[in-house]
Design a protein around this ligand. Structure first.
Ligand code: TYM
Length: 325
């Protein structure tokens, strides 16, 4: 059983990334052959500040280890270190149609209103399909927002296999039942996002205990009486109950029953978050200061990733009639 997933290095990871994806990566590495990738090439699809991209890549790599990804159990690597990704990315661009890329909602959302959208933002999902197919992944643990990209990866694998013969495994998305869509704390109709400029909208994995407390206490709720789990009409408190639910593994409805006002709920939730997040922050700070160790781990991950991805790339090229030497 093979698992692959990726995260962009654009800014620090937040609790949406953590509960929607990373905790599942940590669990998977115990039983599946796992590949986890910091997708720096995907980060080039929006405006880049070279210094920020470099430090973001190191920080994201360190964050994953701090969250519990063990480089001895998983292959943890950086996408641009493996040349088979852009190679297979091009092959996927030549397998996908303009029409299907045009239907991708992420492109529509991020590209809207800008007349200088990069071509790479449009072809982004083809590169993402390549990331997955390169490792012949059976499962891809992601948050809910990646569902459409996963469907495209499945379609492209199926189409390629039909046109050129059995080459790629068709991957299954693995989306958690709770935590798949952690919402913005200041506007619970939007998902928590790295790109939001509103500081109180998200909790970073590196936030101090005080910051966590402050952000939860300021999280938007409503003026209804009592506490109840009602995502449709009370999205703010539903979001808090869902975060609490992934931490405690209790149903959001059962948690809601224990409270009659928001104050104590928010206090207990921030205590629970602090208990989980603060050890991650401590480990991150230690690792961040050890650049030599991070580079050595990147080398180790890249050499295993290259082995696997290069083999798939050769198979795909041969199947299409490209001359492989
Ligand atoms: P990215 O970097 O935006 O997010 C990394 C992971 O975190 C999940 N996530 C969330 N989950 C719950 N609630 C949220 N508010 C939330 N925000 C983000 C994402 O679903 C994702 O699982 N396109 C991908 C990166 C990628 C990739 C891949 C993923 C590139 N190649 C191959 C899987 C396989 C992305 O931008 O994730």
């Amino acid at each position: 059983m093979r698992v692959l997933s990726g995260i962009q290095p654009t800014g620090m990871a937040h609790i949406g990334n953590y509960y929607g994806a990373i905790v599942n990566w940590v669990r998977e590495q115990e039983t599946a052959e796992s590949f986890y990738c910091v997708v720096d090439l995907h980060a080039l699809t929006i405006e880049v500040d070279p210094k920020e991209l470099e430090s973001g890549t190191l920080d994201t790599f360190a964050t994953l280890i701090a969250c519990g990804i063990d480089p001895n159990k998983s292959t943890l690597f950086v996408q641009s270190h493996v040349a088979a990704h852009p190679m297979l990315g091009w092959i996927m661009e030549c397998t996908a149609s303009m029409g299907e890329l045009n239907r991708m909602t992420q492109f529509k959302d991020k590209g809207r209103g800008s007349d200088s959208v990069k071509a790479g933002l449009f072809t982004y999902p083809a590169l993402m399909a390549a990331d997955i197919l390169a490792y012949q992944a059976d499962r891809v643990p992601v948050g809910d927002d990646q569902k459409q990209h996963l469907e495209l990866a499945r379609d492209l694998a199926t189409r390629f296999n039909r046109l050129y013969g059995e080459t790629f495994k068709v991957p299954e998305p693995q989306i958690p039942s709770v935590g798949a869509r952690v919402m913005d704390l200041t506007d619970p109709t939007k998902k928590m996002s790295k790109s939001s400029k509103v500081m109180n909208s998200k909790i970073y994995i590196t936030d101090s205990d005080k910051e966590i407390q402050k952000k939860i206490s300021r999280a938007v709720t409503d003026t209804f009486e009592g506490v109840a789990y009602d995502p449709q009409n009370r999205p703010g408190v539903a979001n808090l109950l869902e975060i609490f639910s992934v931490i405690t593994l209790q149903k959001p409805q059962d948690i809601a029953e224990k409270y009659s006002t928001y104050g104590p709920l928010k206090k207990d939730l921030s205590d629970a978050l602090i208990e989980q997040i603060s050890p991650v922050r401590e480990r991150f700070i230690e690792l961040q200061n050890d650049k030599g160790e991070l580079f050595a781990l990147m080398q180790k991950g890249a050499s295993r990733a290259i082995e696997v991805a290069e083999e798939t790339s050769r198979r795909a090229r041969r199947a299409m009639g490209l001359v492989v030497i």
